[in-house]
Design a protein around this ligand. Structure first.
Ligand code: 5GP
Length: 202
């Protein structure tokens, strides 16, 4: 399989899979099911963030929750493959090299669930990641989903919707666009893409 340069200059036998899509589109649910259906060779990178945990989120599971100070220290020490201030309000998100490098070197496929700007930075560092953009059926459907999730206040919802509009315009930069009309169908489509790209099943 196909080889992107690892940071140490060698060729890494694993593969990166970049999945983006607007906030509220259902990425996490879809990715969780793709992981369940795939063999042990596919894993999800746990990002770091400075945003506070939502109810039920655990440090080291959904994210590595870092303070602003810790995030910026690790950033200045070069620990991030990419990192971005995603909603322009002081919350940083980033992919740690430690989540990616050992897996790629061990031949695993690693999913990065990241925003469109982070994805651009990944494309500058890796030659041929698989890129998948998850779209809502319509902008109205996305707004409905964000509101019914009930995790954000009105101001945050507006901010997320305006970011979503920009992200949707960039969807065609991704190799694949998958519409989340129903979760099982979207999961099927992503599993087929990965299989066609050669993801080894156990
Ligand atoms: P949430 O706060 O809803 O968990 O995530 C907000 C957004 O941050 C999502 O659209 C997600 O794609 C993005 N995100 C999560 N982790 C990362 C990361 O490591 N890097 C970048 N660039 N974006 C991320």
């Amino acid at each position: 399989m196909p080889n992107d340069p690892a940071p140490n200059g060698r060729l890494a036998p694993g593969k990166l899979v970049v999945i983006s899509g607007p906030s509220g589109v259902g990425k996490s649910t879809i990715v969780a099911q793709v992981l369940q259906r795939s063999g042990d060779r596919l894993r999800l990178s746990t990002s770091a963030t400075t945003r506070p945990p939502r109810a039920g989120e655990q440090d080291g599971v959904e994210y590595h929750f870092l303070t602003d100070v810790e995030f910026s220290r690790r950033r200045s020490e070069g620990e991030f493959l990419e990192c971005k201030e995603v909603f322009g309000r002081g919350h940083w998100y980033g992919t740690l090299w430690s989540e990616v490098r050992p897996s790629l070197e061990g031949g695993e496929w690693v999913i990065l669930e990241i925003d469109v700007d982070g994805a651009e930075d990944v494309l500058k560092k890796f030659e041929s990641p698989i890129t998948i953009f998850i779209c809502p059926e319509s902008p109205e459907e996305l707004e409905h989903r964000l509101r019914s999730r009930g995790t954000e206040n009105e101001e945050a919802i507006h901010r997320r919707l305006s970011v979503a509009r920009r992200e949707l315009q960039l969807a065609d930069r991704y190799e694949y666009q998958v519409v989340n009309d129903t979760v099982p169908r979207a999961v099927d489509e992503i599993c087929s893409i990965l299989q066609n790209k050669g993801l080894p099943y156990d």
